[in-house]
Design a protein around this ligand. Structure first.
Ligand SMILES: CC(C)(COP(=O)(O)OP(=O)(O)OC[C@H]1O[C@@H](n2cnc3c(N)ncnc32)[C@H](O)[C@@H]1OP(=O)(O)O)[C@@H](O)C(=O)NCCC(=O)NCCS
Length: 178
């Protein structure tokens, strides 16, 4: 199992409409917005108090390998995360790379999340070919369920956690031909 930090390239990823890059200090307000938003956190355990976020958010938030700010015309609109799920509660997902995505509500409904996540998964496939990726989302989170399907995740199992039904999906490596 390779550590993402040893292979994840720091170069930004460009898509047709977006730039995926490392977080920088000027993203801090958007990170606060993201985690304080009741809409964004509806299926993620609820928003965090804004004053707490203002106090505790590092000067440069979320700076670690696999953490990508989604930038549209110089402004952060979302966050795509790829993390090693070392402590995942489901054995099928433990130790695998886990995809997460959070976008500001004003950026929903434009296909930006799909564009950003597929670019991140494409970059991952280039640096770690064949690496499976898992994704957990509440089944009630319809936009997230649609996005997971669009990205090629298929159901591994459903389970109860955090007082809700959860969906564990996996994007398996392509089946070798021949
Ligand atoms: C989950 C989330 C990222 C999905 O965002 P989204 O904008 O709906 O997702 P997509 O990028 O796939 O966009 C799809 C929508 O854009 C529309 N769209 C408009 N223009 C488009 C274009 N050029 N290309 C593609 N889709 C386009 C699609 O029709 C679709 O709308 P629909 O859902 O009404 O059918 C967003 O709801 C979110 O941030 N939620 C809060 C965080 C969260 O719950 N995360 C999940 C846990 S990890």
């Amino acid at each position: 199992m390779e550590d993402l930090g040893s292979v994840w390239p720091p170069e930004p990823i460009r898509t047709e409409r977006l730039l995926l890059r490392e977080p920088v200090a000027r993203d801090r307000a958007a990170f606060v917005e993201l985690h304080a938003s009741p809409e964004v956190n509806l299926y993620l355990g609820g928003p965090r108090p804004r004053d707490e976020l203002e106090r505790e958010m590092p000067e440069v938030p979320a700076r670690w390998p696999g953490s990508l700010v989604v930038d549209r015309d110089g402004e952060m609109i979302g966050h795509v995360l790829l993390r090693r799920a070392t402590g995942h509660r489901r054995p099928a997902a433990a130790g695998k790379l886990d995809l997460g995505y959070l976008f500001l509500p004003r950026a929903w409904g434009h296909g930006y999340a799909a564009e950003a996540c597929s670019a991140a998964l494409g970059r991952l496939a280039a640096v770690l070919p064949g690496e499976p990726v898992v994704l957990t989302t509440q089944t009630a989170n319809a936009p997230s369920m649609r996005l997971a399907a669009k990205l090629g995740f298929t159901e591994v199992e459903r389970f109860e956690a955090w007082d809700a039904e959860q969906w564990l999906g996996m994007r398996p490596p392509p089946v070798p031909s021949g």
